[in-house]
Design a binder for this molecule. Structure first.
Ligand code: NAI
Ligand code: A1CAB
Length: 264
């Protein structure tokens, strides 16, 4: 598989690491405006780092666009004459609809819109994808690419903004929860390193429990909360202080903001 990542910034670089560690490509072009910081990736013989998007498009089949929303239009206009039947265009751009992509490069292209997160660098991204009419022929290929680097589901495009909040911004939300748990653990006597270890592995275990068992979070909570015990005491105090409510409100605030990014 010949893959190009157009715009190797935070997300693009995470995708590049995910592809490298899963042996997901035979060749990889990485483009960036100032490529010096990622030039060392050329030590993997199959990686070419360049500023030349046109060369990357010509030499690749799968094109993953990971630039900022304001940059995508110009890049597509500059490369559209090079697009052929072999290309699969995968966009990660927040708020940039398939319709807008089609208006620049035409409907007769395999277009996939995706929303991965930065955990793709360690093969653990939750990625949501959707496609245009022609892209239906390549959606399984896109799923296979993302499933090598985590878990993917196909959704309708109208849910893409919500998926961005839950999955992409979600990494930041969960990080803050892990950090808060770490701070609590330090107050309870652990040093900072141990505290973070306790917090992140417990978080990992909680998610794995649900993934492996298919059970509902409340079922697992019922198994931990001894009547009159310490867990329910802590949990109820957290809820009195608005834990669930503040999370949900934060997600709604993110969604409100992302709707504006989409309009612009
Ligand atoms: N950071 C995240 O967790 C996620 C970001 N996204 C979306 O992915 C996109 C990229 O986000 P980030 O990686 O955070 O942005 P970023 O600003 O870190 O990366 C953008 C990269 O594009 C490069 N670039 C700009 N113009 C270019 C051009 N003409 N040719 C080649 N490269 C060019 C820049 O040099 C930069 O390295 C955005 O649209 C964002 O909404 C989506 C999901 C998650
Ligand atoms: O914060 C943002 O707007 C972008 C989209 C999702 C993750 N980062």
């Amino acid at each position: 598989m010949k893959i190009a990542i157009i715009g190797t910034g935070n997300l693009g670089l995470s995708i590049a690491h995910g592809i490298l560690s899963s042996n997901g490509a035979t060749s990889m072009y990485l483009t960036k405006r100032s490529p010096g910081s990622i030039k060392e990736l050329e030590k993997y013989g199959m990686v070419t780092v360049t500023t030349d998007n046109r060369e990357a498009v010509q030499k690749s089949d799968i094109l993953i666009f990971a630039v900022q929303p304001g940059q995508i239009e110009g890049i597509l206009e500059n490369t559209r004459d090079l697009l052929t039947e072999k290309h699969v265009i995968i966009s990660t751009i927040t708020g940039f609809s398939i319709d807008r992509i089609e208006k620049i490069i035409g409907k007769d292209q395999h277009i996939i819109r995706s929303m991965p997160n930065t955990a793709i660098s360690v093969g653990k991204s939750m990625t949501c994808i959707c496609c245009n009419e022609k892209g239906k022929k390549r959606i399984d290929l896109a799923k296979a690419i993302f499933n090598r680097m985590g878990h993917s589901i196909e959704i309708s495009e109208e849910k893409m903004q919500a998926a961005t909040v839950i999955c992409a911004s979600g990494i930041a939300f969960w990080m803050r929860l892990i950090r808060a748990t770490t701070q609590g653990a330090i107050q309870l006597g652990f040093d900072a390193k141990e505290a973070q270890e306790l917090a992140m592995y417990t978080c990992n275990g909680a998610a794995e429990l649900l993934i492996e068992s298919g059970s509902h979070p409340e079922e697992e909570i019922d198994r931990v909360t001894t009547p009159k015990g310490c867990t329910i005491q802590g949990l109820n105090e957290m809820e009195h202080q608005g834990l669930s409510s503040s999370l949900i409100r934060g997600m709604m605030a993110s969604y409100e903001k992302i709707s504006h990014i989409g309009k612009n």
